[in-house]
Design a protein around this ligand. Structure first.
Ligand code: F6R
Length: 607
């Protein structure tokens, strides 16, 4: 999830672009860059790290030119270095490109372009686009980009400049957002509205596979086949702050709603030919095949994703798996050997406890792997290989989209390990991968429960305590639901395996005590129902998460929140949605600071 801004007009491009970048840095801040076309030459400045680094650079050497592009990067392919920063200029410096998204067939295109004499200077998938467009350019920029994007697979929003056409800026998109801003004598390209808000409030969002040709005098939009399209102009009425949240009142709510997209980006391209496919993983399959044991280490929400993965690793890969809180790992004298795969799960890649734990595992001879959301962060640099979640920057302190995408990656890994170890045949893997591919749609449908959840939240905002229960794959979600409620609303909550209630916590239940029960389809459904009956019989208030039309759950429950039925393996990604929404809406009803709960920080870089 990177930010794009483009300008073409009569005045200098750089100030408009810099202003846009300043309003876009919530989309990523690994590096920032700018290109302008000045007297027939591209002038590029790019710097790793925060935007301030680029601004300092521009102060020292200001840029002229009336057409240009800017980019703020959230790294996916290639670390957050200067070399990998955008814009990328083609081999003969005829084309400059900025890109948001992931080109899945970049390896094949790279091979083809290498054979045509192109040398690659970065590790990014974006550089492929620059060379490809140059290679295909025959004089008409819009037509060139139209033909070039037909060769790209994956997701992209791109801005393109051509050295031979200083009056033209081209934009195109597929599965990543891009809009055109209409100004007075100048026009703009941006990945979202905040970038252009002080410049114009008239924007047109491009549809998938549409292209836009911007000149100072006008904008032309065409479909993938070149047919002209009328721009659908929207007047933005929000202010800048809410535009950054795309109209959502909080980043957390935006991030909850982004989960279908985040999961699609994380899963797409990794389920090829019925085999989980991890092109970026630096660990050879032979090494993975040799492991006899998995130890997952993480903190908080990431540890809950690890607990879900334990079920998947043991069921699908038949490999003994242990989950150890990273803060305990080092001090527990863990039994780790060369046959151990140690997996660090982390959104930020900077959590000190997790970093120390995985270093310790590596020092003791384990093969180490990270599941991480931030490319180039400390934990990926400390391990043998990394699988990235493509969730995009998570700004809300409470983790949401990182959690569900961590589960997705870990379950893909479980299927891969199962196949490597001979525990799963290709035939057995196929329906599992299909279930994973379908999970973004199920999550999208689950989001429809929000209005009902909000009503429940308002009714129970005064409760002093909450219990969350689940079993098997949804047992870790009981912990996760309770954690979300605690950290956002400051209400005391506990997560329990539903079968444990009768061993103690049932004593807490009375007719004022709400229990959130996750009772979706799966091997433990009947058992879960029995545990819920034990609560109902004692007058407890059951708020249940169930599949549509489940009369048995409805009979026991005061409230039912329906989510689509899925195979049990993938259900935690779906049942997480109402849990996140319940915590969010209770916190809003209590007027808590949702995006920045008291006493907490997004990246915990102290032990
Ligand atoms: C809770 C939450 C935390 C993090 C934990 C680990 O909503 O966000 O519990 O999950 O601090 O952080 P990462 O994943 O960055 O290592």
């Amino acid at each position: 999830m990177c930010g794009i801004i483009g300008y073409v007009g009569p005045g200098p491009a750089a100030p408009a672009i810099v202003g846009g970048l300043q309003r876009l840095d919530y989309r990523g801040y690994d590096s920032a860059g700018i290109v302008v076309l000045d007297r027939g030459r591209f002038r590029v400045e790019k710097m790793p790290g925060k935007l301030e680094n680029l601004l300092a650079r521009l102060k020292a050497s200001p840029l002229a030119g009336t057409v240009g592009l800017g980019h703020t990067r959230w790294a996916t392919h290639g670390g957050p270095t200067q070399r990998n920063a955008h814009p990328h200029v083609s081999g003969n410096a005829r084309v400059a490109v900025v890109h948001n998204g992931i080109i899945e067939n970049h390896e094949a295109l790279r091979r083809r372009l290498r054979a045509r004499g192109y040398a690659f200077r970065s590790e990014t998938d974006t550089e492929v686009i620059a060379h490809l467009i140059e290679d295909m350019h025959r004089g008409n920029p819009l037509e060139t980009v139209r033909r070039a994007i037909a060769k790209l697979e994956g997701s992209f929003a791109i801005g393109v400049l051509f050295r031979d056409r200083p009056d033209v800026l081209i934009g195109a998109r597929l599965n990543s957002p891009l809009l055109v801003g209409f100004g007075e004598g100048a026009n703009f390209l941006a990945s979202d509205a905040p970038a252009v808000l002080p410049l114009t409030r008239r924007v047109a969002y491009l549809e998938d596979r549409e292209l836009a040709e911007l000149t100072p005098g006008g904008v032309r939009i065409v479909a993938a086949d070149g047919t002209p399209r009328e721009p659908r102009i929207t007047h933005i009425t929000w202010d800048y702050a809410s535009a950054a949240r795309e109209g959502y009142p909080h980043f957390m709510l935006k991030e909850i709603h982004e989960q279908p997209r985040a999961l699609r980006d994380t899963i797409r391209g990794r389920t090829d030919h019925s085999i989980p496919h991890f092109p970026e993983l630096e660990i050879e399959p032979a090494k993975l095949k040799r492991i006899r044991r998995v130890v997952i280490t993480a903190c908080g929400t990431a540890a809950h994703a690890g607990l879900v993965a334990k079920y998947a690793f043991e069921e699908l890969a038949r490999v003994p798996t242990e989950v150890v809180l990273a803060s305990e790992f080092r001090y527990g004298d863990p039994v780790i050997g060369r046959d151990t795969l140690a997996v660090a799960v982390t959104q930020s890649g900077e959590t000190m406890d997790t970093l120390c734990a995985i270093r310790e595992a590596r020092a003791r001879g384990a093969l180490t792997l990270a599941v991480c959301n931030v490319v180039g962060s400390s934990i990926p640099r400390a391990v043998d290989g990394t699988l990235y979640t493509h969730a995009g920057p998570e700004i809300g302190v409470a983790s949401t989209k990182a959690y569900t995408t961590q589960i997705a990656v870990l379950e893909l890994l479980a299927v891969r390990l199962g196949m490597l170890r001979g525990a799963l045949t290709r035939e057995a893997a196929r329906p599992l991968l299909r279930a994973l591919e379908r999970v973004p749609d199920a999550v999208e449908k689950a989001l429809r429960c929000e209005a009902g959840v909000r009503t429940i939240a308002r009714r129970y905002r005064g409760a002093r305590n909450f219990m969350y229960i689940g079993r098997r794959y949804n047992f870790p979600n009981a912990y996760e639901g309770a954690l979300k409620l605690k950290e956002l609303s400051y209400i005391h909550a506990e997560g329990y395996g539903a079968g444990e209630m009768k061993h103690g916590p049932l004593a807490l239940v009375d007719n004022t005590f709400p229990t959130v029960a996750i009772a979706t389809a799966g091997r433990v459904y009947e058992k879960m129902l029995s545990n819920m009956k034990e609560i109902e019989a004692r007058g407890g208030i059951l708020i249940s998460i169930a599949n549509p039309g489940d009369a048995r759950v409805r009979e026991l429950s005061r409230h039912v929140i329906e989510v689509p039925e899925t195979p049990e393996l993938v259900s935690p990604m779906v049942t997480a949605v109402p849990l996140q929404l319940l915590a969010y809406h209770i916190a809003v009803a209590l007027r808590r600071d949702v995006d920045k709960p008291r006493n907490l920080a997004k990246a915990v870089t102290v032990e």
